[in-house]
Write a protein that binds this ligand. Structure first.
Ligand code: C2E
Ligand code: CA
Ligand code: CA
Length: 860
């Protein structure tokens, strides 16, 4: 720098005060009237001239000082001996001294630490035409020091060499530097500066803490031991090794741009220590360079965060709970991976509308309303919503959402999204199971009652009809082939019902082999009949069960609401009544309910009530039908047959009421009464001298269901002092089919009492011959069904021959029932059947008449 001539420096040393004194003296002299007038005049000219000159000098001086003082840094003018010639205002402020204490003093007043020859290097530089720069500490009036950087330049003043020294206060910069260094050391972010080859220029303590295995900072040139290249490995988020050219610092230098939050793992092989860092690298340019030469990287240790987020993610995945956030301002929807996985759309939903679009139609409005309410009113929502995935599968989600707490505008709505599909499907399965007949998959009794109740309560749906369907001869299949075959038949029947009814009605399994169809009659009043015919057609084909074909037909009753019943029960009852009417008339048909049926239904109910009270009212009595030796014609025994005489209903045959009593269970009481009456009768005849007449008593299968039969028989035999041989119990094969647990035990006990056992109506049932051998029975009764056809009907003849053969080969007694004529008797006799029973010999007789036919007492 060349020496500078400052403007107005001639006035530098002008003695302002001296001028003023002279001016004041001249002014007072020219007004001194004691002086001669022209002297005063001259003095006045001199005063004016001096005044004018003073004004010019003052203007220049002021201009100079204005400039001098405008400099913000302390500026001092120093002469060649180191004396301060001038100091600006900034200087006075910095040194906190008045001008007079400095001007005219050696420079040491500002910096007492300067060596004696301190001006020598300054003049060397100034003589070379350069400025001199030095950092020193200057001193304030109170002795305190402050750092300054002094730039000195030379200039000439009236041929004298001077120096103008500008001292820049470094206190602030020093403080900033210290603060910066402190900041770097206390900040919890790791900060490193690396060169292009990856070596470390700087690492703050957080960086050393985070990544430093003591003495081992990857890439740090100051490490104590040389680092084997294989000791550290940098890994990507997925755990694969990250190549060096992918490091954020390398990229920042190469690409000359900021590389934001990159997740990487630093793995220290010997210690098996893995730290996860989120790194941001910024390129740094050397002064005057257009290419970065190093990079500053900031990073935080996200190991714990990553562990938490990995855990969180795992928990989300396991619980199938995802998170979602709707940023309203940005109109962006954010879904966690799990949430996105649950919704499983072809394209990731990016807006709230996308999310709504994958919901089921009805749920879209629900969800939107809930979101709107959250925006308006601030309270959150918790909804169960249905939707469908891209692959068409339905999903159920529980969506919880709320505005972020403290966000008055609800600008963000966040929440969870949980997959509850399995739970919902479970519930649905339970609901379906509760409504479904497990065997056939049709609705069950409760479900159809519920459906009917709902329809009949709804005026718009109440025009409904019920078809009551009962399978004819189903019991036979069940009895003969067993329950498994029966079940298979029901399943087939249900399939046929489904095909016949289609979507026109609801189908339910109402009982064992009873089905209900409920259909609407609103559009087509004849639809029940049409459906019934379709069902009858469906049952026209035989059912293949275990390679055999069975004709299982259906009887159908039809009842319409509200005429035939105003409640589901009443309606079904009417359909049931119609079905029974159909069954009685012709099997495999349909019958529409009529009020007359309701009457007969009521009659049947009344009949049931009467039957229940018949025993108490003494309305039963027994008749005795003789069993006759076919060769000698002698009565060998009697069969007790029950009769019911009722005032209102007249005399009734057991065929009418026994099955009724069996279905209500009344037969058990009635049967016991019969046993008692029979025993009493035998005892009476014995006491009358007719000896012991063996009486056969019919015993219902229901009497075998409990374990009382043997005990009751024992008690009666004891009561009337009769030998067991006085009784024969006739039972049908139904007893064997029911297979009650106590049956065999009961048989054994009866045999132990010497009571005879015989199978009634033999040949009618589906007797499996093998069980006959195992049963402790003494006789068979050849069913009158076959006796009626002999000798004319070949198949009846064959059955009679077979039964006679069986009885003979098993050593069983045989009684032929229903012998009405001589031809039958002759045929049976020829067959070797020993005993017969029938109108040819006698009908059932009152006890006294029977006694007469026994002949005079004591003759037997
Ligand atoms: P069942 O045991 O086969 O009794 C024989 C039936 O054949 C009796 O009818 C009898 O009157 C009738 N019968 C006798 N001889 C002839 C004949 O030559 N021709 C024809 N066509 N029929 C003849 P009933 O008395 O009406 O009894 C009907 C059924 O009621 C009986 O058939 C039996 O199964 C049942 N039953 C009768 N009394 C009782 C009883 O006290 N207890 C139980 N559990 N069932 C009874
Ligand atoms: Ca019988
Ligand atoms: Ca019989």
């Amino acid at each position: 720098m060349t020496a500078t001539r400052l403007p107005g420096t001639h006035a530098l040393l002008s003695d302002n005060d001296g001028n003023a004194q002279v001016l004041a003296a001249l002014d007072s002299a020219c007004r001194d009237l004691s002086l001669p007038a022209h002297t005063r005049e001259m003095l006045c000219h001199a005063r004016d001239a001096l005044q004018a000159a003073s004004v010019d000098a003052e203007v220049a001086r002021l201009r100079y000082h204005a400039l001098f003082d405008a400099v913000p840094d302390p500026v001092s003018i120093i002469d060649e001996h180191g004396i301060v010639l001038d100091l600006n205002k900034a200087g006075m402020a910095a040194y906190r001294r008045p001008r007079e204490e400095i001007v005219g003093q050696p420079i040491h007043v500002l910096n007492p630490d300067l060596p004696e020859d301190h001006m020598a290097p300054v003049w060397d530089a100034v003589d070379r035409g350069e400025s001199f720069v030095i950092e020193v500490s200057n001193m304030r009036a109170d002795g305190t020091r402050f750092p300054v950087e002094v730039h000195s330049a030379g200039f000439l003043h009236d041929g004298r060499k001077c120096v103008v020294a500008v001292a820049r206060d470094l206190s602030r910069r020093r403080e900033a530097e210290v603060r910066y260094r402190e900041l770097m050391e206390v900040i919890d972010k790791g900060i490193v500066i690396q060169t292009a080859d990856g070596s470390l220029v700087y690492a703050n303590s957080a960086a050393l803490r985070m990544i430093g295995v003591p003495g081992h900072v990857p890439g740090h040139p100051n490490q104590r031991t040389p680092r084997p290249a294989s000791e550290w490995m940098v890994v990507r988020e997925d755990g694969s090794e990250m190549p060096a050219e992918e490091y954020p610092a390398t990229r920042a230098i190469r690409e000359g741009r900021l590389i934001g939050s990159t997740l990487l793992g630093l793995y220290h092989r010997p210690q098996r220590k893995l730290r996860w860092l989120s790194v941001t690298s910024v390129p740094q340019y050397a002064a005057g360079s257009d290419r970065p030469h190093q990079a500053l990287s900031m990073f935080s240790d996200v190991t714990a965060l990553k562990r938490d987020s990995a855990l969180f993610h795992r928990v989300q995945t396991l619980a199938r709970i995802g998170g979602w956030e709707w940023d309203r301002a940005a109109a962006r929807l954010y879904l966690t991976d799990v949430a996105a996985g649950i919704l499983a759309q072809a394209q990731l939903p990016a807006s709230i509308d996308d999310m709504i679009a994958c919901l089921a139609h009805d749920d879209r409005a629900r969800f939107r309303r809930a979101v709107d309410a959250t925006i308006l009113e601030g309270h959150g929502f918790d909804l169960e919503l249905q939707g469908s995935r891209a692959d068409g599968h339905a999903f159920w989600v529980r969506v919880i959402g709320e505005a972020e707490p403290g966000d008055p505008g609800a600008s963000r709505i966040t929440g969870t999204l949980q997959d509850i599909t399995a739970h919902k499907q479970g519930q649905e399965t339970l609901r379906v199971q509760a409504r479904t007949d497990p065997l056939t998959g049709l609705l069950n009794r409760d479900a159809i009652l519920g459906e009917l109740a709902a329809r009949m309560a709804d005026a718009t749906l109440s025009r409904v009809a019920v078809l009551y369907i009962d399978l004819d001869r189903f019991k036979m299949v069940n009895d003969v082939l067993g329950h498994a075959a029966g079940d298979a038949l029901l399943v087939t029947a249900a399939q046929r019902l489904r095909r016949a009814v289609g979507t026109e009605g609801l189908i339910a399994r109402f009982g064992g082999d009873e089905f209900l169809v409920a259909c609407s009659t609103a559009d087509d009043p004849d639809s029940p009949e049409r459906l019934a015919d379709a069902i009858l057609d469906a049952f026209a084909i035989g059912f293949g069960v275990e390679k055999e074909e069975f004709a299982v037909t259906a009887s159908i009753g039809i009842a319409r609401a509200p005429d035939d019943g105003e409640s589901p029960h009443a309606l079904i009852q009417s359909a049931d009544t119609a079905m029974y009417a159909s069954k009685r008339r012709v099997r495999n048909g349909r019958q529409v309910f009529t009020p007359a049926m309701a009457q007969s239904q009521r009659d049947r109910l009344r009949f049931e009530t009467q039957l229940r009270h018949a025993a108490d009212n003494d309305e039963f009595h027994l008749v005795y039908q003789p069993q006759v030796d076919l060769v000698s014609g002698r009565i060998v025994a009697a069969e007790a047959l029950i009769r019911w005489r009722n005032e209102r209903l007249g005399e009734m045959r057991p065929d009418h009421f026994i099955s009724q009593a069996e279905s209500t269970g009344d037969i058990v009481r009635i049967g016991l009464w019969v046993l008692r009456m029979a025993c009493r009768q035998v005892a009476e005849w014995r006491d009358a001298g007719h000896g012991i007449v063996r009486v056969a008593v019919n015993v219902s299968y229901r009497q075998f269901l409990g374990d009382d039969l043997a005990a009751n028989v024992r008690a009666l035999l004891d009561e009337y002092a009769l030998p067991g041989a006085a009784l024969e119990l006739e039972f049908t094969e139904r007893v064997l089919i029911e297979d009650a647990p106590e049956t065999m035990n009961t048989f054994a006990q009866l045999r132990a009492m010497d009571v005879a056992l015989a199978i009634d109506d033999f040949g009618e049932g589906y007797s499996a011959l093998n069980y006959l051998r195992r049963l402790p029975i003494q006789g068979l009764k050849l069913s009158q069904l076959f006796v009626a056809g002999v000798p004319g009907n070949a198949s009846d003849v064959a059955v009679c021959q077979a039964v006679a053969g069986i009885a003979h080969s098993l050593g069983l007694g045989l009684v032929a029932e229903g012998v009405e004529n001589e031809e039958q008797r002759a045929f049976l006799l020829a067959l070797g059947v020993p005993v017969g029973q029938g109108f040819l010999f006698s009908p059932g007789l009152p006890a006294d008449q029977f006694a007469l036919s026994l002949g005079a007492p004591g003759t037997r």
